[in-house]
Design a protein around this ligand. Structure first.
Ligand code: CAA
Length: 702
C-alpha cells in the first residue's frame, strides 16, 4: 500500500493515509493526498471525498523529522494542498479517530466538514514545539470557535476531546462507525450542495472587542515564563479579526517563519524527541515484552504514597494503598478524596471521574491480601532498615512474578534488593511530589535488575502519563545529585554579596517557576538542617558547606511557615527583608568572606553551569545514558524551563567552554573534588565536540 490509499465506495472516494507510526504529513503523504483529491474530482462517478487515517490515528501533524530538510519545503506544501481542498467542487469530509493534531487538524479545517468518533481528540499543539500553527490554524479555528476559545486552545496546545470539539464547533458530528458514517455524511453534503469553506465564515471574528486580546495577554502572559510563541499566537489571532483572510495568512506565515528560526523552537523539538528517546534503553532489546501491570500496591499512605496511588487510579489501574497505621491510612484516603474534590470544583474532572478514580483505590491494613498484584511500590520514609523489612514482607506476600519498586530518592537499590529473593525484579521507581501531578518518573536500575523489569517500568511510566528516565544507582540518582549544586551555590553567592531577590529574579526570568531561595522558604528549613548534618559527614575535605540555613533556623526564620526566612512574608506575598540581609552579612563576616556585587549574568552562570558539569560527570559514570535523558529529568522533575531544551541542551547552546570556565572558578573557590570540571567536559571542549560525541569518548576511557 502506498502512503495514501485510494478506493471508491458508494460513489465516495475514500483516501486512507497509511504512514506509520502517526500518519505525519510527510512529502509522500502530501503528494498522495493531492493526487487522490485530483483523481476524485476528475472521476465523474465520485460525488464526494472522505479523508481518513489508518492505524490508531488520523494525522499527527507535520512530519517533525522533515523540518529543516528540503522535503519540508517541496511541493505540494501543506498550504498548496489546503488550497486544493478548499477549492474542491466536491465536498471533502475529514473522518477523525485517535488524534488530529497540528497540521493534521489544519488540513481537516480545510475540509468541508469534520466528523469524529467519541474517543478522538483534536488540537493545535505547535506551541509545545515553540511554533504556531502555520497552516492557517490561527485564522481558521477562531472562525469556528470564536476568539476566546481559540486563544486558550492554541496558546496551551491542549488536546480537545471530540465531544467538547463538537460543542465548540470544530467537529460537525460525532459518529460511531467512522468510515461508513463519514461516507454517509459526505453524500448528504453532496446532495445539499458543497458548503462554503471555513475561510469564508466570518461571523465569529467580526466586531471582536480588542480588549479581549489585551485582557488575555495580561491574564495568561504570566504563565508563559519566557516562552515567545504564545505571545506571537495572540498577535496572529488578533490579526485574524482585523485583517482580510489573505493578509492575516501572510502575517501568520511571517510569524511562523520567525519562530521556526528561533532557538526556542530548536530546543523544544530537541525536547520532544528527547522524551521519546529516553524510553529506549540500549541494553534492553526492543522485543522484550513488558509485563502487564493490572493491579498495584503502594506501601505508605503519606503524601507521596497517596500521590503515586492517584497516578495509577487516574490511568485506570486499580491500586491498593497499604498502611499498617490505620489512622494514617484514613488520613491518607481523606487527603486523596480532598484532592479529587478540588479537581472537581475546578472543573478539571467530572463527578463520574471522581467516583471512578477514587473507587479504584482500595485502602488495606496489612500484607495478607496481595496475591493479585503485579507490582508493589514502597513509599515510606528514607530508612534503610525499614525499607529492607518491607521488601522482605513484600517478597513473601506478592506473587513471584511481581515487580518490587522503591520510591527512595537516594538509598542504595542493591541494598534494598538484598532483602528479597528476587533482586532481578527490584527497581527504583522515584516519583516527584506531588506525584499525581509531576511528570518525572526516575527508574533506577540496581546491579541485578533485569531487562524485563526495566522494560516494564519504562512502559508503565508512559502508560500512566509520566516521562520515564532510567538512572544508575548512586546517591541522588540523576536529578537530586545535580540539585544540590544549584541550591548550595545560591547560598555561596549570598555569602559573597548577592541578595535573595537578585538570585531568585535571575532564576525566575530564566524560566524557573520559583527561585532557589524562595523555594527553600516554601519547603521550610527545619528539616533541611537535619539532612545537611548527615551530608556534612561525607563532604570531601576540600569543601565547606555554607551554614546560612542553620543560621536562619537558629534565628527562628524557618521559611514561609514562620513568615520569615530569606524573605519576610505578608500572607503568601514575599517581601525583601533587611533583617535577612543582616543575618547573611554577619555570617559572611564570621566565615571571613568578603562581600561584593554580582552581575545577573554571573548569577545565571553560577546557578546553572554546575548542573551541566555534574550532568557530564553522570554521563562519565554511566549514571545517565544520554545527555538528553538528563534534560527530560530536569524539565519534568525540577521545572527547568522546557523552552531551553533542558540543562544539557542549553549548556551546549551557550557553549560548553563557558560551562567549563565556571567549573574551574567554582572548583578553585569551593573545592575541586565536587565542584571542579568533569573530565568529559574538558575533553569535549578541548576537541570542539558536543554531547553526541560523548559515548565514543567514554567508551574509549576518556
Ligand atoms: N512527526 C514525526 N514523527 C512523529 C510525529 C510527528 N508529528 N509525532 C510523533 N512522531 C513519532 C515519535 O517521534 C515516535 O517515534 P519513535 O517511535 O521512533 O520514538 C512515534 O512517532 C510515536 O510517537 P509517540 O511515542 O509520541 O506516540 P503516542 O502514541 O504516545 O502519541 C501523538 C502520539 C499524540 C501523536 C504524539 O506523538 C504527539 O503529540 N506528536 C506530536 C504532534 C504534534 O506536535 N503535531 C504538530 C506538528 S507541527 C505542525 O503540524 C506544524 C504546522 O502547523 C504545519
Amino acid at each position: 500500500m502506498s502512503t495514501v490509499d485510494y478506493a471508491v465506495q458508494s460513489s465516495v472516494a475514500v483516501l486512507t493515509v497509511a504512514y506509520p507510526p502517526v500518519n505525519a504529513l510527510s512529502l509522500a503523504v502530501r503528494a498522495g493526498l493531492g493526487e487522490g483529491v485530483a483523481r476524485a474530482i476528475a472521476d465523474p462517478a465520485v460525488k464526494a471525498i472522505v479523508v481518513i487515517g489508518s492505524g490508531t490515528i488520523f494525522i499527527a501533524g507535520a512530519d517533525i523529522s522533515e523540518f529543516g530538510t528540503p522535503n519540508s519545503a517541496a511541493e505540494p506544501r501543506l498550504q498548496t494542498l489546503q488550497a486544493q481542498f478548499e477549492a474542491s467542487p466536491k465536498p471533502i469530509v475529514a473522518a477523525i479517530h485517535g488524534t488530529a493534531l497540528g497540521g493534521g487538524l489544519e488540513l481537516a479545517l480545510t475540509c468541508h466538514a469534520r466528523v469524529a468518533v467519541q474517543s478522538a481528540k483534536v488540537g493545535l499543539p505547535e506551541v509545545k514545539l515553540g511554533l504556531l500553527p502555520g497552516a492557517g490554524g490561527t485564522i481558521r479555528l477562531p472562525r469556528l470557535t470564536g476568539v476566546v476559545v481559540a486563544l486558550e486552545a492554541i496558546t496551551t496546545g491542549r488536546h480537545i476531546g471530540a465531544v467538547e470539539a463538537n460543542k465548540l464547533g470544530i467537529v460537525d458530528a460525532i459518529v460511531f462507525d467512522l468510515k461508513a458514517d463519514a461516507i454517509g455524511y459526505a453524500l448528504k453534503l453532496a446532495a445539499e450542495g458543497t458548503p462554503p469553506p471555513v475561510r469564508d465564515r466570518n461571523d465569529k471574528i467580526t466586531g471582536v472587542d480588542p480588549k479581549v486580546f489585551a485582557d488575555f495577554r495580561a491574564r495568561a502572559g504570566k504563565k508563559w515564563r519566557g516562552q515567545i510563541a504564545p505571545a506571537r499566537i495572540v498577535d496572529v489571532i488578533e490579526a485574524a479579526t482585523t485583517r482580510s483572510f489573505d493578509d492575516a495568512k501572510a502575517f501568520e506565515n511571517e510569524q511562523f517563519k520567525a519562530l521556526m528560526e528561533s532557538d526556542q523552537r530548536k530546543a523544544l523539538i530537541h525536547y520532544f524527541f528527547a522524551e521519546r528517546e529516553a524510553r529506549k534503553i540500549p541494553d534492553v532489546p526492543a522485543d522484550i515484552k513488558p509485563l502487564p501491570i493490572r493491579k498495584v500496591v503502594v506501601i505508605g499512605s503519606g503524601l507521596m504514597g497517596g500521590g503515586i496511588a492517584m497516578s495509577f487510579a487516574n490511568a485506570g489501574i486499580p491500586v491498593k494503598l497499604l498502611d499498617i497505621d490505620a489512622e494514617a491510612l484514613a488520613r491518607g484516603m481523606g487527603v486523596i478524596r480532598k484532592t479529587y474534590e478540588t479537581s472537581l470544583s475546578r472543573g478539571s474532572i467530572t463527578q463520574a471521574q471522581l467516583d471512578e478514580r477514587f473507587g479504584r483505590i482500595e485502602p488495606v491494613g496489612g500484607y495478607d491480601d496481595l496475591g493479585d498484584v503485579d507490582m508493589a511500590i514502597e513509599a515510606v520514609f528514607e530508612d534503610m532498615a525499614l525499607k529492607q523489612k518491607i521488601f522482605a514482607l513484600l517478597d513473601k506476600a506478592t506473587p513471584p512474578h511481581a515487580i518490587l519498586g522503591t520510591n527512595t530518592s537516594s538509598l542504595d537499590i542493591d541494598q534494598i534488593a538484598s532483602a528479597t529473593t528476587r533482586p532481578d525484579k527490584v527497581i527504583g521507581a522515584h516519583f516527584f511530589s506531588p506525584a499525581n501531578v509531576m511528570k518525572l518518573l526516575e527508574a533506577v536500575r540496581g546491579s541485578k535488575t533485569s531487562a524485563e523489569t526495566i522494560a516494564t517500568v519504562m512502559a508503565l511510566g508512559k502508560q500512566i502519563g509520566k516521562a520515564p528516565v532510567l538512572a544508575g544507582n548512586c546517591d541522588g540518582f540523576i536529578g537530586n545529585r545535580m540539585l544540590q549544586y544549584y541550591t548550595v551555590n545560591a547560598e555561596y553567592m549570598l555569602e559573597r554579596g548577592a541578595t535573595p531577590e537578585q538570585i531568585d529574579r535571575v532564576a525566575e526570568q530564566f524560566g524557573m517557576a520559583m527561585g532557589p531561595l524562595a523555594m527553600r522558604d516554601l519547603a521550610g528549613m527545619a528539616q533541611a538542617v537535619n539532612v545537611r548534618a548527615v551530608r556534612k559527614l561525607t563532604l570531601p575535605a576540600d569543601e565547606r558547606m555554607p551554614e546560612l540555613v542553620e543560621r536562619m533556623v537558629e534565628a527562628g526564620r524557618i521559611g514561609q511557615k514562620s513568615s520569615a526566612g530569606f524573605y519576610r512574608y505578608d500572607g503568601r506575598e514575599r517581601l525583601p527583608d533587611p533583617a535577612a540581609l543582616d543575618l547573611i552579612r554577619a555570617e559572611a563576616q564570621r566565615q571571613g568572606i568578603e562581600q561584593r556585587s554580582f552581575t545577573d549574568e554571573e548569577i545565571l552562570a553560577r546557578l546553572f553551569h554546575p548542573l551541566v558539569n555534574e550532568g557530564a560527570k553522570e554521563l562519565e559514570e554511566g549514571i545517565a545514558i544520554r545527555a538528553s535523558d538528563i534534560d527530560v529529568a530536569w524539565v519534568n522533575g525540577y521545572g527547568f524551563p522546557v523552552h531551553t531544551g533542558g540543562p544539557m541542551f542549553w549548556g551546549e547552546q551557550i557553549g560548553l567552554d563557558k560551562v567549563l570556565a565556571t567549573a574551574r572558578t567554582l572548583g578553585a573557590e569551593n573545592g575541586q573534588t565536587r565542584w571542579g570540571p568533569s573530565r568529559l567536559l574538558e575533553r569535549l571542549v578541548a576537541e570542539g565536540k558536543g554531547w553526541k560525541d560523548a559515548p565514543a569518548l567514554i567508551a574509549a576511557g576518556l
